[in-house]
Each structure stands twice: as structure tokens, then as C-alpha cells.
Ligand binder design. Structure first.
Ligand code: MRU
Length: 352
């Protein structure tokens, strides 16, 4: 099992994804500042993995607090939440996890005056978020695995696998693993996913490690292979899904969805309910992270473009709901009209 992020006695253990696929190195992060920095610098990435890491970071931060009262802890914790929340703007799982941790502190406050006990409640909540993530990916795998045909070739964009979650299964790749675990033979086409190369560096690495057949293509080849009838389905992850089903995911996802529609290929989004943001009505309201120009002009230290060239580098785009065949969640599969089906799933999550 690939372990993306873990809580240990020494601190938060994290696989440094910037070094993959050539080096497998785990870092031990000992403070909430180090965790926030790791999220910002993409040591860890992928919406659910960012959420789990933030929760662990806040648990570490609570342990760092030297305050002697719950009020002191609360004061420190508010500041840590600000720092954590300013790391990456698009993946809503980050804000969802911060809110879960804030609620845990509110519960702790009602229960105890003992700061150490309150800190333990925060550590337990972070561990719960971690565990739930592993379980929700398995559930998505079961629901989504049913939708794929035996012998299918599935195209995926970016990395929505074990590396984008707490570990083990992943979301979009969880659906592929779910189909495999149902005894279906599935092959994958992985888009390389410029500019950060999550497809070539991460998806190709983790699927090969798991012995799932994978073929790497550059992003501009997807249409060609769809036209040739070589793609049976597309499955991608999500960073934030609006109430109407509009979905933010890695830049280039929208292009793949348009191509899939053109070629009558089902386009599935796989994401846990923690990726749903029903407070926003459409994808227009999703904040899109703009990243450093160097990711476009360089690959690692190799310069590929003229010095000082003007660059755009949005990290995500929004796929409109009408291009999405179904949204596979850990609570079941949602279909159009998404405003109703997604709301229903969230309400079922609230009572479960
Ligand atoms: O910039 P990243 O690597 O954090 O972007 C990741 C993606 O866009 C994933 O597809 C998404 O988070 C889903 S991960 C299960």
C-alpha cells in the first residue's frame, strides 16, 4: 500500500511527491508551519491528501501550543487555521478539514477544561479524518467499479490516486482499482498533465507499482486516441464540486471532457462528499489557483522558454455539469440534475 501521509510518534510522515518517480523519500514534519509549507510547495498534493495533511498539521500545531488554558489553545489554533487555510485556494477539502478540526475544538471546550485532553481530542479527530478518507476511497471504488466494463481502457488526467489521498486506493484510480477488484481487466491511458506532470510522474508510477497496465501520452494526444476508438471511459478526480455539479479539477480536464462529449465517451468524476461545496451554486464561484510561471517555462531546472516570457499558469479549470456523465462519490453515484442528486447525497452523509 502506498502511504502518502501518516501520523507517527515523531511527527507527520509524508512522501515527498516532488521527487517521484525517481526517488522515494519520506519527510518527517514536526510543526504545523512545516506541514503548511509542504502543502504550498506540493510535497503533498491532491484534494483529499491536502485535507488529511492539514488536519494532521493542526493536530501537530495544537501539540506545539504552550498555552495553559483552553482559551490560550483556541487563540493559537485560530492563527494556525489561518496559516493552513492560506496554502492553496481551490481544493475545498482543505477548508472542510480545517472546519472539522475547529468543530472538534468546540466539542473539546464543552467537554473539558484540561488542555492536554483537548489536544488529544484534536489528534483523535485528525486520525479519524485520515481513516475516513481511506474508507471513502474504498466505497467510491465499489460504486465506480460497477460502471466500468470488463476489458475497458480508461483515460485519466492528473493524479487522483493513492498519492492524492491518505494512501491505498485513491478516487479516480480507486474506481479503476475497484473495477480490478471486481475481476475486470482494465487498462489505463494517463495524460502526462503539463505543467506539473502529475500524470507522468505520479499516476504512471503508482499504477505500474500496482501492476495495472498503463500507457502514458502527452495531453495533446487524447483527442487522437478517442477518435481512434481507443478510449472507453474517462475517470478524473475533483478539487471542488459546486452545487450544480460544475467541477474544478486539474487544468486540462475541461479539454478532455469536451473531447469525450464529441466522441460519445462517458466522462466520470470521482470524489468524496468532502469535495462537494454546496455553498456555491456554480463553478463560476470556484477560486482558481494561479501558480508560479516557472512551472511552465521550466521542467525542474531545465529552461524551455525565453527568459522573461509572459506566462499564464492556472492550476485548475472548471468542467460544466452538462459534460459530466456521473459523479461517483463515497455515498453513491449522482447523475443529472446534480443540484438535487448531490444535495441528497450530502444529506445522507449528514445522517449516517
Ligand atoms: O495541483 P494538484 O496536484 O493538487 O491537483 C490535483 C488534482 O487536480 C486532482 O485531480 C484532484 O485533487 C483530485 S485528487 C483525488
Amino acid at each position: 500500500m502506498i502511504k502518502t501521509v501518516e501520523w507517527t510518534n515523531e511527527g507527520v510522515s509524508m512522501l515527498d511527491q516532488r521527487l517521484l518517480p525517481t526517488e522515494e523519500k519520506y519527510l518527517i514534519l514536526r510543526s504545523y508551519e512545516e506541514v503548511a509549507d509542504a502543502i504550498k510547495k506540493m510535497v503533498v498534493r491532491g484534494a483529499p491528501a491536502i485535507g488529511v495533511s492539514a488536519a494532521f498539521g493542526l493536530a501537530l500545531g495544537a501539540k506545539q501550543s504552550v498555552g495553559t488554558s483552553i482559551a490560550d489553545l483556541e487563540f493559537d489554533f485560530d492563527y494556525m487555521c489561518e496559516v493552513m487555510g492560506s496554502t492553496r485556494p481551490t481544493a475545498v477539502n482543505l477548508f472542510w478539514a480545517i472546519e472539522r478540526m475547529r468543530q472538534a475544538l468546540r466539542r473539546a471546550k464543552e467537554k473539558t477544561q484540561d488542555v492536554e485532553e483537548a489536544k488529544q481530542i484534536l489528534v483523535d479527530e485528525a486520525l479519524k479524518i485520515y481513516q475516513e478518507d481511506l474508507e471513502s476511497n474504498r466505497a467510491m471504488g465499489r460504486f465506480g467499479g460497477e460502471l466500468l466494463q470488463d476489458g475497458a481502457t480508461v483515460l485519466t488526467h492528473c493524479n487522483a490516486g493513492a498519492l492524492a489521498t491518505a494512501g491505498d486506493y485513491g478516487t479516480a484510480l480507486g474506481v479503476i482499482r475497484g473495477a480490478r477488484d471486481l475481476g475486470k481487466r482494465i487498462a489505463v491511458i494517463a495524460d502526462e498533465t503539463r505543467p506539473f506532470l502529475q500524470g507522468s510522474r505520479l499516476t504512471a508510477w503508482e499504477l505500474s507499482k500496482d501492476q495495472i497496465p498503463v500507457t502514458l501520452i502527452t495531453d495533446n494526444m487524447a483527442g487522437h486516441f478517442m477518435k481512434q476508438g481507443k478510449v472507453d471511459a474517462v475517470v478524473v478526480g475533483a478539487d471542488r464540486i459546486a452545487a450544480n455539479g460544475d467541477t474544478a479539477n486539474k487544468i486540462g480536464t475541461y479539454m478532455v471532457a469536451v473531447l469525450a462529449k464529441r466522441h460519445n465517451i462517458p466522462f466520470y468524476v470521482a470524489a468524496p462528499v468532502s469535495t462537494l461545496d454546496l455553498s456555491i451554486l456554480t463553478g463560476e464561484e470556484i477560486p482558481i489557483e494561479e501558480r508560479d510561471a516557472k512551472e511552465v517555462t521550466h521542467v525542474r531546472d531545465q529552461q524551455l522558454a525565453p527568459e522573461g516570457i509572459e506566462v499564464h499558469n492556472p492550476a485548475f479549470d472548471v468542467t460544466p455539469n452538462e459534460l459530466i456523465t456521473a459523479i461517483i462519490t463515497d455515498r453513491g453515484v449522482a447523475r443529472e440534475p446534480y443540484t438535487q442528486s448531490l444535495k441528497k447525497l450530502v444529506e445522507s452523509a449528514a445522517v449516517a
